[in-house]
Design a protein around this ligand. Structure first.
Ligand SMILES: Nc1ncnc2c1ncn2[C@@H]1O[C@H](COP(=O)(O)OP(=O)(O)O)[C@@H](O)[C@H]1O
Ligand SMILES: [Mg+2]
Length: 297
């Protein structure tokens, strides 16, 4: 029978403890397996503008969105965050059927706007786009005058019969976009002659000119300098009184500044949705924590 020398046993124990204390977690957060359709936190809302259930999006056979269910509350500002390629833009484009224009793209699941299925074939996409405006990453004014850019939507949707009514819509939209003072003396000058930040606010004015209910923004500030970014963020805060706003952003600081709730996407899954302050101070999911602390991205 062998008995272990007690001093050796103590040494081994000390060594073990030391190893445990200094253990490096070598697991890659990105290897975490997420169950389909499993989102932690608070993905649902009391008064949903959008009710989205079991949404899947395919590009040919590749499943880019993996069984996502989410409510978007009326008049809330919700941010979509997550590493590049995780599906933020794809999911955003479902909300106004912008994916329809991509041939190989198929959308499955239930997508209700005010209780109505927006993918029912009888529903008119033009009408949907009037209710759900969109602002893109790169300002994309039409090569027309400032006035004609803002008047474009109201004209095609027949919202103003008289010139005076159209003038009124153009002015109020530019005011809401914080651009009136800079634009009022050059309304008939080319929109493309404005600075990038002004062009983006013009695109916002163009989007709100048809009085939409929802505004989708896909990284609206990523081509802007910090001052222009601050102006757009201020605008988002003001607009949230009248619209439901969904904003994709690669800037966590921006998500923290502008949104009520934040949704974290990863590899086509919706990992966590919570009040923005919670996401950034006490995230529920390990992956969210890894992402917001910069362990991957
Ligand atoms: N038009 C497209 N055709 C084929 N695959 C696409 C297309 N757009 C996006 N994808 C793929 O879908 C996934 C999600 O992309 P995307 O929605 O652009 O992510 P994010 O906006 O988060 O960067 C990626 O794998 C991307 O390659
Ligand atoms: Mg994108």
């Amino acid at each position: 029978m062998t008995t272990m020398n007690p001093s050796i046993a103590a040494d081994e124990l000390a060594l073990q403890e030391h190893e445990q204390e200094h253990a490096v977690d070598k697991s890659n957060p990105q290897d975490t397996i997420i169950e389909d359709g499993k989102t932690v936190g608070a993905p649902f809302a009391d008064d949903p503008k959008y009710k989205l259930r079991n949404v899947e999006v395919f590009y040919d056979d590749a499943r880019a969105i993996k069984n996502i269910s989410l409510d978007i509350g009326r008049n809330e500002v919700i941010s979509f965050i997550g590493p590049s390629g995780c599906g933020k833009s794809t999911f955003l484009r479902c909300l106004n059927r912008m994916n329809d224009s991509i041939d190989i793209c198929r959308v499955k699941g239930e997508l209700l706007l005010d209780g109505e299925d927006i993918y029912r074939s009888k529903n008119d996409v033009v009408e949907l786009r009037a209710r759900v405006g969109m602002v893109f990453q790169k300002p994309n004014p039409f090569p027309k005058s400032i006035y004609d850019n803002v008047a474009y939507g109201p004209r095609i949707h027949g919202l103003a019969n008289r010139k005076a009514d159209l003038d009124e819509i153009v002015e109020s939209s530019l005011r809401k976009a914080g651009l009136w003072n800079e634009a009022k003396d050059r309304l008939h000058g080319m929109a493309t002659g404005m600075s990038g930040g002004q062009q983006q606010r013009l695109c916002i004015a163009r989007a709100i000119a048809v009085s939409p209910e929802v505004i989708l923004m896909d990284e609206p500030c990523s081509a802007l300098d910090p001052i222009a970014t601050a102006k757009v963020e201020e605008l988002i805060a003001e607009m949230s009184e009248s619209f439901t706003i969904v904003i994709v952003t690669h800037s966590m600081q921006q998500a923290a500044r502008v949104s009520n709730r934040t949704a974290f996407f990863h590899l086509g899954h919706l990992v966590e949705v919570n009040e923005t302050t919670k996401v950034f101070t006490a995230p529920e999911h390990q992956l969210t924590e890894s992402y917001i602390t910069g362990r991957f991205g």
